[in-house]
Design a protein around this ligand. Sequence first.
Ligand code: GLA
Length: 400
Amino acid sequence: MKRLLMLLALIASANVHAQKFDGLADTPQMGWNSWNSFACDINEKLIRDTADAMVRLGLKDAGYQYVNIDDCWHGKRDKDGFIHPDPERFPSGMKALADYVHGKGLKLGIYSDAGATTCGGKPGSRGHEYQDAKTYADWGIDYIKYDWCDTKGLSAVGAYTTMRDAIRAAGRPMLFSMCEWGDNKPWEWAKDIGHSWRTTADIYPCWNCDLNHDAFSRLGVLRILDRQAGLRKYSGPGHWNDMDMLEVGMGMTEDEDRAHFAIWAMMASPLILGNDLRKMPEATLRILSNKDVIAINQDKAGIQAWKFFDDGRLEYWAKPLANNEWAVMILNRGEQAVNLSYDWKANLVSDELSKRAVDFKQATYAWRDIWGGKSGDTGRKLEARVAPHSVLLLRLKNKG
Ligand code: GLA
């Protein structure tokens, strides 16, 4: 009863002009989430072991910070409406788990849903927003992923604004990750509500498939990339287009995994690992902890890439970086290897949005091939062989 009264006082005092917490996602958030590998089969030991692995494998040092529990952690609401974790899967409780994760220098994320039930059929936050946000804050949660199942008749703007305000009222900075799948174009209205918003249906670990066999279609890497057209102007520090969690190490080829990771980095999407960190092959770890790729994603300028040239076989993408540097990604979507001979001087790389441009007739840049290790400069043609389903990823620096 006392908790309920305190909650009412909190709602009554809630600032009508509530804002999201600033400074939580100046660069795209990085972490891990349980869903892609474990779905509903989660428990506190898995979360602790994952936090341990993040530290042991050097992923924390590489920048991954959040350990996110997705759907199905829930037990029941009590008679006052407060949610409790499943007592069998999380017997020590969420506060103890948050303490453990914090003790490793990491942060803990949780999942809820704007509707009355989550996508996994667990209790959602509808009608309990302030209560849930306060509960998460009391537990020491740092990140809330907020889903969109069971929301027929709800306004997305209204539902996400309510939760944003509830988080503000709870008083703990918690990153607000909106998972509305792009249904209501959140990029047009959510800049001041969430720190990121999903732009599509769920990802699937395949290069270019579309599994449209039920209400929840799932999309491969290229399908998600193609659905980002027109969205880059909405992305920037504090508010990112979220292309969904990573499927690196989940069954695609090594080239596809590298390309998937590079594309997410170029597009300034959050980097949320989805594989089982407790048993990860060396090759997967090498991809996920590549400091140069992560640096492109985490670049302070926070500008999403765009495609500046397409020769019919390869796509050329550019991302302006801080300090007048650039990242360039050359993508081979196709089934054949392509021998490339690219004249840098042939195309002016000019970005209306960021007002950044480079004319290689005027300026020479040194380039470094991030996966392959080669280097060269833009004064000469770029000669390379790009394997099918792969990328060439370069970082460019002005030679002055
Ligand atoms: C939706 C989300 C997924 C995941 C599941 C959990 O499909 O888009 O990312 O959170 O729900 O049930």
